[in-house]
Design a protein around this ligand. Structure first.
Ligand code: GTP
Ligand code: MG
Length: 185
């Protein structure tokens, strides 16, 4: 569980699922830190939900809640960047996995990526919490979080605490429930 005060969270999921929108909602509207592979993070600009563009590589965001300091690695979900994900598994303490609940066609791709992640040598043996957002719950075609969890076979995750929340990242709905769960693990 998250006993530490400083927590590294890896935010993963397919491109366009809403990762950056979620992270942007979670942090108080302050700095955005962009990360190359060095410690030389630089302050670039304030970003609002409507300015969000597809992530290139990844962004690093830092924010505090009442009890924890989070460093979030907001990874790009584009297939050409997904090979970056595994480099951050070892140093991460928790995973946020975001799914576009309206994207029926790519649910199988999301499942493949989740399965690959959970079976990775740096993840599979650890009791690391996995928070899933069934995002875009506002879309007319959105599947429920129960349906998403069935399609992803989440009941097969036996060795890690996991939790799925429906969310609407544009409005910020459902996000706090997820973060509260993560803080309680
Ligand atoms: P990559 O960085 O390419 O991996 O994508 P991402 O997962 O970071 O997605 P991003 O946050 O950039 O959001 C993609 C698009 O989905 C944007 O146009 C968002 O405004 C939109 N979006 C995000 N969350 C929601 C949501 O809950 N509902 C709806 N309707 N749109 C959303
Ligand atoms: Mg992004």
């Amino acid at each position: 569980g998250l006993k530490k005060k400083e927590v590294n969270v890896l935010c993963l999921g397919l491109d366009n699922s809403g990762k950056t929108t979620i992270i942007n909602q979670l942090k108080p509207s302050n700095l955005r830190l962009y990360g190359p592979l060095s410690d030389d993070w630089k302050h670039v600009s304030q970003t609002q939900t409507q300015d969000i563009v597809p992530t290139i590589g990844f962004n690093i965001e830092k924010f505090k809640s009442s009890s924890l300091s989070f460093t979030v690695f907001d990874m790009s979900g584009q297939s050409r960047y997904r090979n970056l994900w595994e480099h951050y598994y070892k140093e991460s303490h928790a995973i946020i996995f975001v799914i576009d609940s309206g994207d029926k066609l790519r649910m199988v791709v999301a499942k493949e990526e989740l399965d690959t992640l959970l079976n990775h040598q740096d993840i599979c043996s650890r009791r690391m919490p996995v928070l899933l957002f069934a995002n875009k719950s506002d879309l007319r075609e959105a599947m429920s979080s129960v349906k998403v969890s069935q399609l992803l076979c989440l009941e097969n995750i036996k060795d890690k605490p996991w939790h799925i929340c429906a969310s609407n990242a544009v409005k910020g709905e459902g996000l706090q429930e997820g973060v509260d769960w993560l803080q309680g693990t």
